[in-house]
Write a protein that binds this ligand. Structure first.
Ligand code: ATP
Ligand code: MG
Length: 334
């Protein structure tokens, strides 16, 4: 049977990239009646230092973002990772399955550690093993993510294959990445070659789900572009990364194809397109940010929801971990 797992880090506030690449599709999968497990991956967030108070706030706000985007905690399992110990335990076993060479190839580590790889935490390096554990603790079969996570999912598959091979079992399923739609890689508004990220130091690089209408309009107005009018066809976006990004964002927000956006706006300049894009973004995001604000007024209720979700998650993950211990030869006598 199909089971979906995905996660988002409480490493800052949610961005338009997280919404289009992940959250929006999480609600769709849930509404299709598939079993869905969604995780606020706080143990991933601390691979770079987080202020404890801000981490707590970001975790609750992220939970509010999930719910405001249509994830219903009664129909999906919604919880924070650190409340379910199976993730960290299985990650240790996977640390012993994955090879150094596999992890050294991960481009996200290179991007995040930059020139200071020797100063990066061991956790940041081993992050993909924890992600593999997140997915496999639930025997998840499908993982909806943005394009940037593709390499980590390939590593997850490699870990499952090697574990099954090394222990002579057919235990962990080989997962399918689900990367589809016009905006699986929303780019920075300041640099069309970098992805939009919640941890980017520049607030101008991203639209936050909590930005108000003025901030959204101002950020799109200042978004970097060339000065040509929009092309009539998608081919005309080749070599125009910034223009392509804005067209993709519009398409994803409007639930149309980039070609349909260009059929409407081709030949027009950014002076016309950017305000239209800002209006659309405000119309789509304002109800979400208003609902997030409302939910954040009762953090005790958010914590309660996460606790219930964690219990349901634990009930699935713990038996998987028990079987894993048995396969590996770890004695459990209590
Ligand atoms: P950080 O900068 O801390 O890594 P992030 O913005 O990359 O934060 P993550 O928590 O790492 O967010 O990723 C959560 C989900 O959002 C993943 O499925 C990821 O693929 C997706 N995602 C992140 N950024 C983008 C983006 N720019 N476009 C589309 N999807 C994205
Ligand atoms: Mg990321």
């Amino acid at each position: 049977p199909k089971r979906i797992f995905s996660g988002i880090q409480p490493s800052g506030g949610l961005t338009l990239g997280n919404y289009l690449g992940a959250l929006k599709r999480f609600a769709v999968a849930q509404d299709e009646g598939i079993e869905t497990v969604y995780c606020l991956v706080d143990l991933h967030a601390i691979t770079v230092w987080q202020d404890p108070g801000k981490l707590r706030h970001a975790t609750r706000e992220l939970a509010a973002g999930f719910i405001a985007s249509g994830v219903d905690p009664a129909r999906s399992i919604l919880f924070n990772q650190s409340q379910v110990p199976a993730h960290a335990e299985l990650a240790w076993i996977f640390n012993c399955v994955a090879r150094m060479g596999w992890l050294r190839r991960m481009t996200q580590f290179k991007d995040k550690a930059g020139k200071h790889a020797e100063e990066a935490s061991v956790g940041l390096f081993a992050y993909p093993n924890l992600m593999a554990a997140d997915i496999m603790a639930y025997h998840a079969t499908h993982v909806p993510v943005g394009e940037d996570q593709k390499q980590h999912l390939e590593l997850t598959r490699d870990i499952a294959i090697k574990f099954n091979h090394d222990y002579g079992v057919d235990f962990f399923p080989v997962v399918e990445p689900v990367i589809e739609g016009a905006a699986t890689r929303v780019m920075s508004l300041r640099d069309g070659t970098k992805k939009m990220s919640k941890s980017d130091p520049s607030d101008q690089s991203r639209i936050n789900l909590t930005d108000d209408a003025d901030a959204i309009a101002q950020k799109f107005r200042k978004a970097r572009t060339d000065s040509e009018p929009l092309p009539e066809t998608v081919d005309g976006l080749d070599g125009r990364a910034e223009a392509r990004n804005l067209v993709n964002i519009y398409a994803a927000l409007a639930d149309v194809t980039p070609a349909q956006v260009l059929a409407q706006f081709g030949g027009q300049g950014f002076g016309t397109f950017k305000p239209a894009l800002a209006d659309l973004a405000v119309a789509k995001l304002t109800p979400i940010s208003a609902e997030m604000k409302r939910l954040m007024q009762d953090v005790a209720e958010i914590d309660r929801v996460l606790g219930v979700g964690a219990e349901r998650a634990h009930a699935i993950a713990e038996p998987v971990l028990d079987q894993t211990r048995e396969i590996v030869g770890l004695i459990r006598s209590r």
